[in-house]
Each structure stands twice: as C-alpha cells, then as structure tokens.
Design a protein around this ligand. Sequence first.
Ligand SMILES: *[C@@H]1O[C@H](CO)[C@@H](O)[C@H](O)[C@H]1NC(C)=O
Ligand SMILES: *[C@@H]1O[C@H](CO)[C@@H](O)[C@H](O)[C@H]1NC(C)=O
Length: 181
Amino acid sequence: MFSKTFVATLAVVPFVAQSVAAADCARSYTIQAGDICDSISQKNNVSTYQLAVVNYGKIDQTCSNLNPGDSLCLGYPGEDCTTTYTVQKDDDCSAVMSARGLNTTIFSANNPQIDSSCSNMYIGQVLCMAETVQVPPAPSGVSFYGAQVPATATPVQALAAAPTPTPDDEDDENLPFCDEL
Ligand SMILES: *[C@@H]1O[C@H](CO)[C@@H](O)[C@H](O)[C@H]1NC(C)=O
Ligand SMILES: *[C@@H]1O[C@H](CO)[C@@H](O)[C@H](O)[C@H]1NC(C)=O
C-alpha cells in the first residue's frame, strides 16, 4: 500500500510541473521576413488585440520591432480566440456584428480596442468574432486602444451609429467641403 501511494505521488509531481510550463502558450509562430503584426494575425487567425496583449512588452506599440526568426506566442490556453474576421474596405462594426449575429456586448468584450463609435477600426485589422469571451484581459492599467496599428493602416469609414446603408446612400453631395482660402 505504502509503496504504491509513494510511486503515484512521484509520478504526479513532474506531470504537474510540466503542464504548468506548457500552459503558458497555446500556439506560437516564428516571425518571417516581411511580417507585420496584422499579417501575422491574418495568417494565424489571431485577433489584432490578442496578439498585442499576449506579446505585451515584447512587441512595441507600433509593431516596429519584429525580428525574423523570433518566436511569438499567439494565444493562451483557454484564452485563445480562433474565430476571426479581417476588416475589409467599407466595413463598419454594426455590419460586421450582424453578419455573425453578435451583439455589442460580446463584440466589445472580445475586441476591447475598438472605441464605442467604431472610429478606429481599419482595413486589415483582425477581429475576434467568437460568441463567448475568449480573448485574454489586457494587463492591468494598459489600454490597447489602437495599439500596434501598422503604419499603413487605412481606417474604414466609421458608420457604427448609422442605419444599414442602401445603395442610394452613396451620395457625396452632402459631404462638407473646406472653404477655399
Ligand atoms: C483560419 O480560419 C479559416 C476559416 O475558418 C480556415 O480556413 C483556416 O484554415 C484557418 N487558418 C489557420 C492557420 O488556422
Ligand atoms: C449578447 O450575446 C451573448 C452571447 O450570445 C449573450 O450571452 C448575451 O446575453 C447577449 N447580451 C445582450 C444584451 O443581448
């Protein structure tokens, strides 16, 4: 009896230690030449926000310090959103949400870097479209508001508060023009 218990205990200890170490990262990626943060996100189905949070302190705020050959963690076990969508031209938050049947609460929880008027969504940004909260929380005191936006990011038109546009709405005559000096 004693020796059986003793053996079982010995076997458990290294197993626990190993699984804690392995739990640090669910997926990883080796940086390749020419990568930018959002191309890494797009290739791996990892949201822009999640990549920034998981690599906080490793990737800088403008994502300008990627070194080919370095390894990045893409997600933590249990906090790894793999249901993603890459923002296209003319998207807005309400259209993106309704295409997946998501409400603002869950969309915002999974994409906390998007502001309430959806003005900082940009083409190529990768969103988490999961129906439950799957992304890791931001480190305490850290805001990822627009963090790690590539220099070439093109904002999409912000139409979050607008009703679904009809084709006839493409009327530019109402745009305000600057007065000529
Ligand atoms: C990313 O998601 C798409 C659509 O679900 C899938 O076809 C593709 O295999 C995924 N890629 C990776 C690297 O997981
Ligand atoms: C939003 O969607 C989530 C996930 O489907 C659901 O749990 C939640 O109750 C919804 N919230 C509202 C306010 O509808």
